[in-house]
Design a protein around this ligand. Structure first.
Ligand SMILES: *Cc1c(COP(=O)(O)O)cnc(C)c1O
Length: 423
């Protein structure tokens, strides 16, 4: 039996209807921007393996840091102990995060990073004896699949089955220059009720919604309203973090600073599952008391795993290198050139670019739902061409590893142009 056949026998894949899904390609090797399956077919990874892998697959610098760390100290419980990689990583992260971020709490994935921010918001007010038990979020946001994160995510068939069991979350539209006044008014009305502990959002780009982008100046205004009404802002930078928007964090485009930030995905360059939630000093102090019950009783077995911390430190060093900073600028410029060239195509409804993120909406009268027929036609076309792109409904986006060369980008762009002609 092939790996793909054995996989079908044993494994249950994420977001997959197994009754209608055939054999999945079994990837046996990754190097740089390429992956290879068991039949030797090569794939160009144009979405950085779900946005985690900006420095390429099997990166030697990160692999070496992981190996060295494993030989020194693999893991130690973070309850009651600390260790050098965690101290060094926190010091590093706090030096690149917005200046009001003062404390880090580690976990294993984007959903837990969000879970921690939401729980900390709720408990902060509980500790103070204030009744703020609800959350504000954007329509069509995505914050993960655990219960708190799922509650904060937009309602769709992903979360419908659990609607009765979720946290109280109110959703507001994503702001544009057109609806700005109405959105700000709606936000202010909600905030005035003093029932809300936090407002959670993906800053500037809603990834899973199809790289939906909105202006930083409006988010700044929303921050100010939240501050006035003492509701915390939670910037979920799980997707946007570590250079994807052209700055280290999407929040670097803002004048205001968030109270909390959620980081994961590219944190370890796609090597070790790892996440961090950062906090302002004010929030941290809301848990200080002589009474132990005011502490934040949350943790994960692998919290601040030393190997993950070492991988993250290596990944941040790579991000800060002159080479990758230039790569981010170069890819952005290439995207702008491609945008100019493609936007007049009759099948293109709209395009958008921020940092290394390029998105294109296709004009169609086909089914444009999340896993609709158009999406499947496109996905299969790209896979057949050896390019990994996962369209969201009628949106095709590119989020290439920063090491992608202009020649490789050209292959992705051309395949995308060709796809427009077949749909
Ligand atoms: C992917 C993602 C998450 C969830 O991360 P997981 O590691 O898949 O749990 C949360 N928020 C955003 C913005 C994401 O893109």
């Amino acid at each position: 039996m092939t790996l793909s056949q054995k996989d079908q026998q044993y494994n249950w894949h994420p977001y997959t209807q197994h009754q209608t899904t055939g054999l999945l390609p079994a990837i046996v090797k990754g190097e740089g921007v390429y992956l290879w399956d068991e039949n030797g077919k090569q794939y160009l990874d144009a979405i950085s393996s779900w946005w985690v892998n900006p420095f390429g697959h099997s990166n030697k610098v990160i692999a070496d840091a992981i190996y060295q760390q494993l030989m020194q100290l693999d893991h130690v419980l973070f309850g009651g102990f600390t260790h050098e990689p965690a101290v060094m990583l926190s010091e590093k992260l706090l030096s690149i995060l917005p200046s009001n971020q003062k404390k880090l709490f580690y976990s294993d994935n984007g959903s837990t990073a969000v879970e921690i921010a939401i729980k900390a918001s709720l408990q902060y007010f509980y500790n103070k004896g204030e009744k703020r038990t609800k959350i504000i979020a954007f329509e069509n946001g995505f914050h993960g699949d655990t219960f708190g994160a799922m509650a904060a995510s937009g309602i769709s068939f992903f979360t419908e089955a659990f609607q009765g069991s979720l946290l109280d979350v109110v959703r507001i539209p994503v702001p544009t220059f057109e609806n700005k006044k109405a959105v700000l008014e709606q936000l202010e009305t909600l905030l005035a009720s003093t029932e809300y502990a936090a407002f959670i959002f993906e800053p500037l780009v809603q990834g899973a919604a199809g790289m939906v982008m909105y202006p930083a100046v409006i988010l700044d205004e929303m921050f100010l309203l939240c501050k006035q009404h003492k509701t915390f802002t939670i910037a979920d930078e799980v997707m946007t973090g570590f250079g994807k928007t052209g700055k280290t964090f999407a929040c670097d485009y803002l004048i205001q600073q968030p109270d909390m930030m959620c980081l994961s995905k590219a944190l370890t360059g796609g090597t070790i599952p790892m996440a961090a939630t950062s906090f302002s000093q004010e929030i941290f102090e809301g848990f200080l008391a002589t009474d132990v019950s005011k502490a934040f009783f949350h943790g994960h077995t692998f919290t601040a795993n030393p190997t993950g911390c070492a991988a993250a430190l290596a990944a941040i060093t790579l991000l800060e290198s002159y080479e990758n900073q230039q790569n981010i600028k170069r890819i952005h410029e290439q995207h702008l050139l491609f945008q100019e060239r493609i936007q007049s195509h009759p099948r293109v409804a709209t395009t958008r670019v921020l940092g290394v993120i390029f998105a294109l909406e296709i004009t169609t009268n086909q089914d444009t739902s999340y896993y609709g027929s158009l999406r499947n036609t496109l996905y299969n076309f790209f896979i057949a061409q050896g390019i990994i792109l996962r369209p969201v409904g009628n949106v095709v986006y590119i989020l290439p590893p920063y090491i992608t060369t202009n020649e490789q980008l050209e292959i992705i762009y051309n395949t995308l142009s060709n796809a427009l002609d077949i749909v």
